[in-house]
Design a protein around this ligand. Structure first.
Ligand code: SF4
Ligand code: SF4
Length: 441
């Protein structure tokens, strides 16, 4: 198919898009909230400019081609524009629809097709590949391949992705379950792992099905491990079952059908068990799991499941924990998918100060995006790194010992940036600050 296909011809003439376009009055309030506009000061890098482009494409004045699709591919899906907008135009959904349309016209890159349509639906194959990458990292092979620029010859994006290999640990969260005291149990729906509390809790907590996100398992298992320890300390019974990627990376990349398939697989996999809440310490996962009802419109089981989802910080703020002790100064970065996405801003701050006992030093623009944005750190590395730079400066100004956050992708992005800058500020999940403080009490 030609690159110059009009959007209106491709089914983008939905009533939803029309309504959102009408709601934008071109006021420009969103301009300075947009991290990509702040980098370039180019109108089409802002929400207002993207909306104007979409309108022109919809009316047939402009084609959807590589040039007009690019501003939509570069959006970080941070939602800062919608938060600022007085009429709350749903820019994230408009951007996702244009990306989707673009990839109906232009075949998506092969690596994205493989990851979103094949790999994420095969957790064992994914784990096997991640183990191979972890071994390659420890043997030094990955670094040698990068230095020789062998990978760059195959794919520059894969070369960027290999930068993330540095963050892959030797043992993933699912490898640690026995050591964490989980025992395998049988269930008609399949085997699962269960960990009950050992110390008598202050108050018995709910039964939690812990959702092990891909970034939590393969990149930040210490954060997930700490979250599980805190839940158990708060009296929860924690179960872990086999499931799939939540689907957010596919959705944000414009592969809605792949995201819907993963969501449907998860609804089947999780709904067979009984529990009070599905909990994740990954803000992206908890945010997207809460949206399963709208994503799988009409699926009652998806709606019910979505209603049980809680972010780790959201649930733990409601549970009773002893007061911990920490001497450290902590600053907090609001993940876009927790603060803006789920409206959860006070809970992590409450946990850090009132439960962990930390001194909280607010950074400027704590709720601005760190540049990770789904897969943007890999697919749009230049923009991602430029946006990160502003975040790193804000963190370093605070002179804190720890920057805490509540999303494994933000953690990895910020940790890489601070390491490159030679900073000694530690990056931790709120759960790790809590677990450390409670161990010291
Ligand atoms: S989602 Fe973020 S990057 Fe995208 S237009 Fe809105 S503010 Fe800009
Ligand atoms: S998206 Fe909202 S804030 Fe931005 S120009 Fe349109 S109406 Fe104004």
């Amino acid at each position: 198919m030609s690159d110059d296909t009009h959007v209106a011809d491709q089914g983008m003439a939905s009533a939803f898009v029309g309504e959102e376009l009408v709601r934008c009055n071109r006021c420009g309030l969103c301009l300075m909230a947009c991290p990509t506009y702040r980098l370039s000061a180019v109108e089409t890098d802002s929400a207002r400019g993207r909306i104007a482009l979409l309108e022109a494409m919809r009316e047939g004045q402009l084609p959807l081609n590589a040039e007009t699709a690019n501003p939509f591919l570069e959006c970080l899906a941070c939602g800062a524009c919608t938060e600022t907008c007085l009429t709350s135009v749903d820019v994230n959904e408009l951007v996702a629809l244009v990306r989707e349309e673009w990839y109906r016209i232009k075949v998506p890159p092969l690596d994205e097709q493989f990851v979103f349509n094949k790999l994420l639906a095969r957790p064992r194959t994914l784990a096997f590949i991640m183990r191979a990458l972890s071994s390659a990292k420890r043997s030094g092979l990955a670094e040698i391949a990068r230095r020789l620029r062998l990978v760059r010859l195959v794919s520059p994006r894969l070369d960027t992705a290999l930068g993330w290999v540095d963050t892959i640990p030797a043992y993933f969260l699912r490898d640690r379950l026995k050591r964490l005291g989980f025992r395998k149990r049988r269930h008609p729906a399949g085997k699962y792992w269960l960990r009950t509390f050992e110390v008598e809790p202050i108050a018995p907590g709910p039964q939690v099905l812990y959702f092990v996100g891909c970034a939590s398992n393969f990149s930040q298992p210490d954060a997930a491990e700490a979250a599980i320890k805190v839940l158990i300390r708060a009296g929860c019974e924690v179960m872990i079952v086999s499931h799939y990627c939540c689907g957010f990376p596919a959705y944000v990349a414009g592969q809605r059908e792949a995201a819907r398939r993963l969501a449907a697989l998860n609804v089947l996999a999780l709904s067979r068990y009984s529990f009070d809440f599905v909990v994740s310490e990954s803000a992206e996962c908890s945010h997207f799991l809460k949206r399963y009802g709208e994503l799988l419109d009409g699926n009652e089981e998806a709606e019910r499941l979505a209603g049980t989802v809680r972010d780790f910080t959201e649930l733990v703020a409601e549970l009773r924990l002893p007061k911990g002790q920490t001497e450290e100064r902590v600053t907090y970065h609001d993940p876009c998918h927790l603060g803006r996405g789920q409206g959860i801003r006070e809970e992590p701050r409450h946990l850090l100060t009132e439960v962990a006992g930390a001194e909280l030093v607010e950074m400027r623009e704590a709720n601005s995006c760190c540049g990770a944005g789904g897969f943007q750190s890999i697919t749009q590395p230049a923009i991602s790194q430029a946006v990160l730079q502003r975040k790193l400066e804000a963190i370093q100004e605070t002179d804190a010992d720890i920057v805490a956050t509540a999303c494994p992708l933000c953690m990895t992005q910020i940790a890489q940036g601070l390491r490159r800058a030679g900073s000694s500020i530690a990056v931790k999940h709120v759960a790790q600050v809590l677990a450390d403080a409670l161990e010291e009490d």
